[in-house]
Design a protein. Sequence first.
Lengths: 418, 418, 418, 418
Amino acid sequence: MQKSVPQPTGYAFVDDYRRVRELTLSLTAGFSEEDMMLQSMPEASPVKWHLAHTTWFFENFLLQRFFTGYRCFSTAYNYLFNSYYDAVGKRTPRHQRGLLSRPSLSEVLAYRDHVDNAMVHLLEDADTRIARLTCVGLHHEMQHQELILTDLKHALFQNPYAFTSIATTSLPPQPPLKPATFIEVAGGIARIGSSDKENFSYDCEQPSHRVLLNDFAIASAPVSNGEWLQFMDDGGYQKSELWLSDGWSHCVAEHWSAPLYWQKQEDHWQQMTLQGFITVDPQAPVCHISFYEADAFARWAGRRLPTEFEWERVAAAEPVAGNFLENGHWHPVAGHNKRTFRQIYGDVWEWTNSSFLPYPGFKAEQGALAEYNGKFMMNQMVLRGGSCVTPVHQMRASYRNFFYPHQRWQFSGLRLAG
Amino acid sequence: MQKSVPQPTGYAFVDDYRRVRELTLSLTAGFSEEDMMLQSMPEASPVKWHLAHTTWFFENFLLQRFFTGYRCFSTAYNYLFNSYYDAVGKRTPRHQRGLLSRPSLSEVLAYRDHVDNAMVHLLEDADTRIARLTCVGLHHEMQHQELILTDLKHALFQNPYAFTSIATTSLPPQPPLKPATFIEVAGGIARIGSSDKENFSYDCEQPSHRVLLNDFAIASAPVSNGEWLQFMDDGGYQKSELWLSDGWSHCVAEHWSAPLYWQKQEDHWQQMTLQGFITVDPQAPVCHISFYEADAFARWAGRRLPTEFEWERVAAAEPVAGNFLENGHWHPVAGHNKRTFRQIYGDVWEWTNSSFLPYPGFKAEQGALAEYNGKFMMNQMVLRGGSCVTPVHQMRASYRNFFYPHQRWQFSGLRLAG
Amino acid sequence: MQKSVPQPTGYAFVDDYRRVRELTLSLTAGFSEEDMMLQSMPEASPVKWHLAHTTWFFENFLLQRFFTGYRCFSTAYNYLFNSYYDAVGKRTPRHQRGLLSRPSLSEVLAYRDHVDNAMVHLLEDADTRIARLTCVGLHHEMQHQELILTDLKHALFQNPYAFTSIATTSLPPQPPLKPATFIEVAGGIARIGSSDKENFSYDCEQPSHRVLLNDFAIASAPVSNGEWLQFMDDGGYQKSELWLSDGWSHCVAEHWSAPLYWQKQEDHWQQMTLQGFITVDPQAPVCHISFYEADAFARWAGRRLPTEFEWERVAAAEPVAGNFLENGHWHPVAGHNKRTFRQIYGDVWEWTNSSFLPYPGFKAEQGALAEYNGKFMMNQMVLRGGSCVTPVHQMRASYRNFFYPHQRWQFSGLRLAG
Amino acid sequence: MQKSVPQPTGYAFVDDYRRVRELTLSLTAGFSEEDMMLQSMPEASPVKWHLAHTTWFFENFLLQRFFTGYRCFSTAYNYLFNSYYDAVGKRTPRHQRGLLSRPSLSEVLAYRDHVDNAMVHLLEDADTRIARLTCVGLHHEMQHQELILTDLKHALFQNPYAFTSIATTSLPPQPPLKPATFIEVAGGIARIGSSDKENFSYDCEQPSHRVLLNDFAIASAPVSNGEWLQFMDDGGYQKSELWLSDGWSHCVAEHWSAPLYWQKQEDHWQQMTLQGFITVDPQAPVCHISFYEADAFARWAGRRLPTEFEWERVAAAEPVAGNFLENGHWHPVAGHNKRTFRQIYGDVWEWTNSSFLPYPGFKAEQGALAEYNGKFMMNQMVLRGGSCVTPVHQMRASYRNFFYPHQRWQFSGLRLAG
């Protein structure tokens, strides 16, 4: 399904740099300057801001430190495009990123060129420290590639006028699928996380450590739209006894009655996708649900969500392949019957019942990058496996994504355990 | 100071239509598509939205009703660009006008062309009903000309990066001025408002009626920045006894300590203007203050604000001339010493101590235009006289502007009475 | 209907003082210490706080200034029971008055005794300045007598458990009434307000001044519950075109569909009253409506609200008599047919379409009492005539009450004009 | 230090019932009816409500189900005093518990008598199901004993007028203490939680299961006020780099600069305690801090918080003894040097870095009691060990308390690990 790509390592050089940076720009092909200004909520950022912020990352953490004689494109950008690094300094308030009409898109593109030229120069003669930090920068950029599509989807949904597909590949035919089954997995001590210095991982995935697991069962496939419709038909959104207390408060206050982006059209459900508005496919994984909804569904089904450790135990034995950003669908598809486990990687991020907390022996990155993950280790739940808008190079069994349990705008779904 | 212009009447034809519509576009010469997307708060709208909404007004209230065979540019625009007319139907939520990346600016400009062509055609053979409604539409458009500059100033202030003058004329030299004095005016019965059908006025200015006034004194000039600095130096923003109770709550909660757009630079005050950042001119009228601040200043000065009737009594005898939008300064200037009363018209809107309430015998316009003014007759205070961003054609002695007492982003100042 | 009482004057002595202070306590006969703790919203205060605050008024403005050697009951009370006098000093935050379990009710009653003993002593030999300020204090206390009943009604409504009548007199039989008619009143110059130093009036009623009125018509009776039910049946709460813009926002956000305290019981409407829960009497005046509802009703009826000047013009010729607090019903009654105008005074406060603004030549009281009325002259609408919980001594043609246009917990109704 | 008490079991009979119920009432000896009305925030409840709610628990879950012919004291109480059991029905909104002036305190006490009489009767002939549920009810009541003191402390802090000690025993002398040291603990597989049916535990402590721990070090004592003062002096509340992102937002928004209840008095710190206002004792454990503060302190100290598993590993070997509610101090004391670990139990709840999540194999209680713990397993952090207001019978090594990470009004402190 996905093209063969070179495996990522922990060090990035000129070719890696060029490939990732070009992919970012290629995602924006269908958007106008005005589209790239949109900010629909504080958690989501304008595309233009993503383009600039990822560039700022290289300028700030590499060029300003290691490129002797480097000339800053604009000192003001350090304020405008810092995201959340207190150690770097003050910055545009997060909810006001949509007010940056200036600099213009063309200036931001010139900024990208300016930094790319310098980075290519720097990388031609890079030591491992530079190659390592560049690798961090590219993984950071891949995260923002995903956010570009995720955030823009949310923004365009607020004003569906003139909205059409922005995906690059149409959806494949969806053959009939076998129903999901539950696979028994033996417990014992599992090795979780990564300490592999050759291949890239974030500090929050480290160190590799042992976790004791009970025997458990886990579903062969993510929960499908068809199953979700049964939950809805059975009053799942109306029964408080299925919900966590905080979840029920959100459900009532925000009038949840279906996943985000779903709209009832007379007798059937449609959903807004990056392929345009389409009819909900009962075989495809359900997507754009909060942790609270995933948890309520699991309780309704008499199951539970897996822990991130159970998930990783299973995923570590599976190949990192699936419906990723490079496929160009930018929407989850029904999958196929080839392997025991379906869609462990790609399609939808899978909520786990694990809080995003430090692993035993966790050490934050040094310097400003200490703020990259560590300071978010509270109130967020771990998601695993990547989605249809995740770059494949970013994915690995140990990758930990995290969001607040009420958030729905990510490409998030679930897989049952229990 | 201002160019000679034909006096407005209550009926508008092709030449009037063209002149007003072209003026609107000319204001946007210095702005990018991205600038024209900005919405900095719910009360302020993007320039692109203003361009489209004023066009929608003609399409909805004229072309769709009187132009047989008129083809709507886009039916969706009726939703997108309706402002607050419940009788017309649902609409974009006010605080989401900044999320309209689509239609693009070029589509909105095409919309303007489409409607302009049809309007010109319609006006070639217009009866008085059409000429009257067109006149309403042009006065409506003039209000939005003012808002384009007012709202964009607020938006650019949120991100002063790359901000430079957008005015078309630089500020004139400011000669020394005589201090303001208080002019005694004899009381008696004054005629207030307008019933003149030949010249345009809004329903809220009607009917003309008699009001009994006591003798009063009113200042020959608006309060200046120099006088405002004395108020500040004397602790005006710290003394609760000078303030209305609701005003003091705002002052404390929003940390008011100077007019909006003022910034302390070491030992002097600067202000952001549409001329760029400039040093505060002590002779120029103070601008961008709320009613609450104006009222507190008056109490500090041992005076009071005039009623809108006192103001109109004086203004009716003065020529409608001054520093208006057409002058291109887009900032209040110091004025000159030629007449008894200085800057009654233009420069800054003057807060009065009158609530925006119906005149005796008030009848709202018929149909959807009933919503134009009448439904806002609560919680708002009247301002009079126009400002440096008001089109001169819009102004007359009976014109009633109105805003909430805490609002500061209008070009609002004050003149003392008492 | 009401007992004969001595007419109030501008100076109060021992007998006046005793009568008013005793009436206050008599109102609390049916309440427990726990009832007197209740604060249901920031605008409403606990009964215990009212008992203490009115006492603080005498201690602070009279005893501490004019009683040589006076010993303060407790210096802490100056903080605890100041309402809103910035000039006097800091105070308990308004929304936390319900957290004053200490001092206990019995301590507050001892405080009242302590202050009463001193006041009686002071008044035995009072000069006119003291007699004048005492008169202010007693009028202040009468306002709080009304608030004791008004606020407690709101608090008990939040927890109707064990709620029964707390009125001292049951409702009288309601004879059939003639329908209201519209009475034509000739315009001309009316004298409004009060400059009479012999009889008490607040600063906001002063000075007496002339106002020019057009001819107008005004209803012979307040709007009844029966008329209000017609408005409701006709969709009055669902039609945005009847409402002011700000009013419609409140109506939607707060789900207004009937007056406050009304509850649908299968096929009829009940209302909570200080007489207990009773069936809505179609002949009695509608009560507990906001200005916004009154205004929407008037528009629905093709009428308008009177100005406060029109109201005073009519009321000045009527006797101050009606269903007041002393009657003990504490609920509006249907009235009788004896005079042309029905229920001008008593039963329900009547919303006018006048903002609470200063009269020409208004001068606030000197000293801390300057804050009594003047600082509230913004965003509030004037009500006239008193209600069934207003002490009759407090009422006069020139009395101006004022509340925000969205507030409903007062005994507020309306009379049509137009 | 604490009196010898019979060890708790999983089944409660008449003597247990009487002892616990009487202890509850004894706590309220010093409070007036008015004190017992206070609700200072939605999370805290009035004492009267606690007295009634704990009684409702027995009436609803025992008497109504197992006592044939039981006569309900008042059916309305089922609405008034249900806390959060959706399965039981609607209830008083949580933030309005302070508005229940009715029923009066004396009625609530009569309710307690009524239920106690019936419970004693029921327990005389109780089967194990009843004895088990009664045990749940008594443990529930013990939790509310703690909350009575915790919530009232918060309420009285809002109005410190007339506040004096309400503790029953004065603070003991505080001898010099050895500084805390770090104790090395060997890792390995630890048994966590409880499956012991003979001794009481909540569903959330079950089932007992194995957890793999690394070697770790843990402090011999909780962090003291003296250490906290060093953190404050070193700018701990001003350095964003020490804080979790969500924690820093709270710190800034709520102006945290010291633990709750601390007040600077010129050159030293005082704190409000249930012993009255006292000078902060540098040897006593710091108390009334949020998780966010605990976490920031640990980072500042170059340490971390223990997980709940590490804590339980250590605590399981220690006797359940310490400064508990029965001691009557109701404030943490400095402890003593007798054992290796100081104050593992009692004095202050210790924040752990574990989220309150289900144990492997967790099964919620059946029926309405399913809502007791399970639905709160999100966004909350685990605290361990009990405090100076926890009844000693309630405590055990496996007990999991949980609060939101920003909450400070509990008697919460910390012990370092790492």
